[in-house]
Design a protein around this ligand. Structure first.
Ligand code: F6P
Length: 368
C-alpha cells in the first residue's frame, strides 16, 4: 500500500515557547488536510503535556477559521513537557522527579487512532518528536521560534515578527536617547543565538551590537560610547542579546526552571552592562529588557505567509510519505530534513555572516 494511503487521522500540537504564526500553521495544516485529503485532524492541547494527559480534541474547518492573524496558539503550549524526561512530582527536598512517560503518550495516540503527529516547535519539540519517531510513531516537524536558531533551516516563522517588534522598540528608544543624550541598552531574546539582536540592530541602526557569538570587551564598549559622545552624536544605542557575555566571562542567568528540559532562563545582562558603562564613562545610561513582548501579538504578513507555506508543505509531506522529517527552508526553497538532525541543536550566527560585515561597514561596533 502507498504510505500516504495508510494516513487518515493526524494530530497537531504546538510545543515550546509560543510565537506569532503558530495559529497560521495550525490553520494551514488543518484546512489543507481536511479540504484536499479528507484527513481527520485532532488538536493536542498544551503541546506534549496534552499528549501525556490525554487532552486531545477534534479540529474542524470552523475551529481554524479567523485565526490567521491571531498571535499565540489556540491549542496552548508547554515548554516543560518532554515525554522522555517529564517531571512527575517533587521529592522532599523540592527537587523535581523525572520519568520517561513516552508509553503513556503513545497510548493516547493510539486511543485516538492517530496515524501521525504534526509537531510545530523548536529544538526541544523536535527532540521530543525524535524520541517518538524512535518508538515507531510517524511525525512531521514544522520549525517555529522567534530565536531563528533551528539547525538546517535558514528561517523559522515568528522571527520576522519578533524583529519587527524589537525594531519598533529601538526606534522609540532612539528619540528619547537623543533628547537626553543617554546610552540606551535594549536587551533582546534569542537564548545563545544572536539573530534577533543582529537583525534588530541592523534595522534599528544600533551603534553597538552585543551578540553571544562575539564575546564583548567592556573597555571597547565604553570606548565606543565615549567616542560618540565626544563627536557630537551625544547618544548611543546598544542592542544586546540576553545571551551576550564578556570575553572569558559568563552569561547572566535570570532564573532556573527546574522542571524544564532546557532549565536556564537568561536575562539581565543589559542591567549589568548599564551599571558598568555608567561607572566607567560617567555617561547617563538606561536599560530596557523587552522580554516576552517579542513573542506576543499578531504575526507580520511575512510570518503569516511563511507559516502558511510551512503548514501546507507539512501536509504535502504526509501525502508524499516523507515521514519523520521537518519542513525546512534552504536557499529560499522549501525542503525537509530528518527530525533527528534538528533535535537539541542550535544554529548560531556565523562570524563571517554578511550582515555582521554590513553592520561593521556602516559604523557599528560588536564590542570586540
Ligand atoms: O526560545 C524562545 C524564548 O523566548 C527565548 O528567546 C527565551 O530565552 C526563552 O524562550 C524564554 O522562555 P520563557 O518563556 O520560559 O521565559
Amino acid at each position: 500500500m502507498d504510505k500516504q494511503h495508510s494516513i487518515k487521522r493526524i494530530g497537531v500540537l504546538t510545543g515550546g515557547g509560543d510565537c506569532p504564526g503558530l495559529n497560521a500553521v495550525i490553520r494551514a495544516v488543518t484546512k489543507a488536510a481536511i479540504a484536499e485529503h479528507e484527513f481527520e485532524v485532532f488538536g493536542i492541547e498544551d503541546g506534549y503535556l496534552g499528549l501525556i494527559e490525554n487532552r486531545i480534541r477534534r479540529l474542524t474547518f470552523n475551529d481554524v477559521s479567523n485565526i490567521l492573524d491571531r498571535g499565540g496558539t489556540i491549542l496552548g503550549t508547554s515548554n516543560k513537557a518532554n515525554p522522555a524526561h517529564f517531571c512527575v512530582g517533587h521529592n522532599s527536598a523540592g527537587e523535581p522527579i523525572f520519568e520517561d512517560v513516552t508509553d503513556t503518550a503513545l497510548k493516547h495516540v493510539s486511543e485516538h487512532g492517530l496515524d501521525l503527529l504534526v509537531c510545530i516547535g523548536g529544538d526541544g519539540t523536535m527532540s521530543g518528536a525524535s524520541r517518538l519517531v524512535s518508538r515507531g510513531l510517524h511525525v512531521i516537524g514544522v520549525p517555529k521560534t522567534i530565536d531563528n536558531d533551528l539547525a538546517h533551516t535558514e528561517v523559522t516563522f515568528g522571527f520576522d515578527t519578533a524583529v519587527s517588534t524589537a525594531t519598533d522598540a529601538m526606534d522609540r528608544l532612539r528619540t528619547t536617547a537623543s533628547s537626553h543624550h543617554r546610552v540606551m541598552l535594549l536587551e533582546l531574546m534569542g537564548r545563545n543565538a544572536g539573530w534577533i539582536t543582529l537583525h534588530t540592530g541592523a534595522a534599528g541602526g544600533a551603534d553597538i551590537l552585543l551578540i553571544p557569538e562575539i564575546e564583548y570587551n567592556l573597555e571597547a564598549v565604553c570606548e565606543s560610547c565615549l567616542r560618540r559622545s565626544k563627536s557630537g552624536r551625544a547618544y548611543t544605542l546598544v542592542a544586546v542579546s540576553e545571551g551576550a557575555k564578556p570575553i572569558g566571562g559568563q552569561v547572566v542567568v535570570d532564573h532556573v526552571v527546574h522542571e524544564s528540559p532546557d532549565p536556564i532562563r537568561l536575562g539581565g545582562v543589559s542591567e549589568v552592562l548599564c551599571e558598568q558603562i555608567a561607572e566607567q564613562t560617567r555617561l547617563e545610561c538606561r536599560a530596557t529588557i523587552l522580554g516576552h513582548v517579542q513573542r506576543g501579538g499578531a504575526p507580520t504578513a511575512h510570518d503569516r505567509v511563511l507559516a502558511t507555506m510551512f503548514g501546507h508543505e507539512a501536509v504535502n509531506m504526509i501525502v508524499r510519505g516523507e515521514f519523520d522529517r521537518m519542513v525546512a527552508m534552504q536557499g529560499g526553497r522549501l525542503t525537509s530534513v530528518p527530525i533527528a538532525e534538528v533535535a537539541d541543536r542550535q544554529r548560531l550566527v556565523p562570524l563571517d555572516h554578511p550582515l555582521v560585515a554590513a553592520c561593521r561597514a556602516t559604523g557599528a561596533s560588536f564590542g570586540d
